[in-house]
Design a protein around this ligand. Structure first.
Ligand SMILES: NC(=O)c1ccc[n+]([C@@H]2O[C@H](COP(=O)([O-])OP(=O)(O)OC[C@H]3O[C@@H](n4cnc5c(N)ncnc54)[C@H](OP(=O)(O)O)[C@@H]3O)[C@@H](O)[C@H]2O)c1
Length: 401
């Protein structure tokens, strides 16, 4: 029965989520490796928890109020009263089915901040009243039987559960439900602390947009004097600019929206390059060929990867974090070989990096540029994100849900 339960629990039914990017490589092993089994399946003796949120009921991209129940608190979980949750473009991709068919109703949201309302019997390091954040991940089976068994790289671990739309039979709705809601239950391993000098609403975007850009910038050791390109200046991109500037890099921001130029200069970019059309007319990039040490692209749609990557010096690195529909980018092998650039991709960051970026931003006064909205504005905010009109992260006041 245990193995049966775990197979059900982990089965993704062919459904793509951001989680699936990380898990895809390990999918073939999921059914073979059942040794850790369902240690938490029966762990809870308390009752399910009432929650209210904004859910999608189909792939139209329209969210509506939704009352639902969350799984009961297990020994290693915390219950969080959500104060704010911000809107990531990934929420829109996933709910609209850009990455594959979804189960509905589904509550999106993986940039979550709030206050600990309850702790499980075995939780260490958190207490009721703590200020905490949750990003894209919410649990991992290994931790149920071996609490200290995950030493980083959680986003690549095949047993990690992602915050919404991920099959989880402990949840009354059958899937994890995200942070556009009043509360959430997560394994304490997947919560981070929010320092007192960081406002909740400004901390929220760091839980995904912040760590997703911070992680590769740190991995490629961006430092003083480096010339760093950032392509696509939205939620992730504007934080990439601020983070790279804070490391002393000279930042070249590539945008398709000339109206953003003054803002981007204000974020500290040395140059703003307006690209007419990221797929069809990238002539503005020609002047930058072979000039940058590193480039990160957050562009969430088909674009001319070769032309952007060619802005990096030979043997430099280009990282694509944007996740277009079906996760597909097409690139010219000739363009990449001629510029001899290392093409890389990157998936969020692990829990240590998530706490690191929070602490780093708190210490260096790096703050996302946000607009706080009420729940009844979320549908129009999603449209604005799609139309490149967000400036630069919408943050939902959870009290209005
Ligand atoms: N790898 C990961 O782990 C990870 C984590 C989080 C998010 N993501 C992905 O990263 C992407 C960006 O997320 P986000 O929340 O930052 O989105 P966002 O706020 O919409 O920003 C994306 C920016 O890219 C540019 N852009 C949008 N559509 C474009 C198009 N058709 N052609 C050229 N440029 C376009 C726009 O910037 P300009 O106006 O400046 O051109 C836009 O503001 C999404 O695909 C998301 O799913 C990946």
């Amino acid at each position: 029965m245990k193995n049966q339960h775990r197979r059900e629990f982990l089965k993704h039914s062919g459904k793509w989520t951001l989680a699936a990017v990380a898990l895809n490589a390990g999918v073939s092993n999921l059914f073979a490796n059942t040794t850790n089994a369902t240690s938490t399946a029966n762990a809870s003796t308390t009752s399910t928890i009432k929650s209210k949120g904004l859910a999608a009921f189909d792939n139209s991209g329209i969210l509506r109020p939704f009352e639902f129940f969350r799984r009961a608190l297990s020994d290693n979980d915390i219950l969080i009263d959500i104060k704010f949750a911000s809107i990531c473009h990934s929420d829109i991709h996933q709910i609209k089915g850009d990455w594959g068919a979804q189960q509905y109703p589904q509550v999106p949201g993986h940039e979550i901040v709030g206050i600990v309302a309850k702790v499980g019997a075995k939780v260490k390091g958190f207490k009721v009243g703590d200020r905490v954040g949750v990003g894209c991940m919410c649990d991992n089976f290994k931790l149920h039987s071996a609490p200290n068994s995950l030493k980083g790289g959680e986003q690549y671990d095949k047993d990690t559960l992602f915050t919404y739309g991920f099959k989880d039979l402990r949840e009354p709705s059958g899937i994890s439900q995200g942070g556009y809601s009043s509360n959430i239950v997560v394994n304490a391993h997947f919560a981070v602390k929010i320092p007192a000098n960081l406002r909740f609403e400004e901390a929220a975007p760091l839980l995904c947009a912040g760590v997703t850009t911070y992680s590769p910038l740190m991995k490629y050791n961006i430092k003083k004097g480096d010339k760093v390109g950032v392509a696509g200046i939205g939620g992730l991109g504007h934080l990439a600019v601020k983070l790279a500037v804070s490391k002393g890099a000279k930042v070249y921001a590539f945008t398709t929206t000339s109206l953003k130029s003054a803002d981007i200069k204000g974020f500290g970019a040395s140059e703003v390059i307006v690209v007419k059309d990221a797929l069809k007319d990238t002539s503005a990039l020609n002047a930058y060929k072979g000039s940058l040490d590193y480039m990160i692209s957050t562009i969430p749609a088909a674009f001319d990867v070769g032309a952007y990557a060619a802005c990096v010096k030979p043997f430099g690195t280009f990282t694509q974090v944007g996740m277009p529909p079906k996760f597909e980018v097409s690139l010219s092998n000739l363009a990449l070989s001629q510029s001899r650039v290392n093409y890389t991709a990157s998936l969020i960051g692990d829990m240590k990096e998530t706490q690191d970026v929070i602490n780093y931003c708190a210490a260096h006064n790096i703050r996302p540029q946000i607009e706080i909205i009420k729940a009844n504005s979320v549908n129009s905010a999603w449209q604005n994100v799609l139309n490149k009109q967000a400036r630069y992260r919408y943050v939902i006041d959870s009290g209005s849900i």
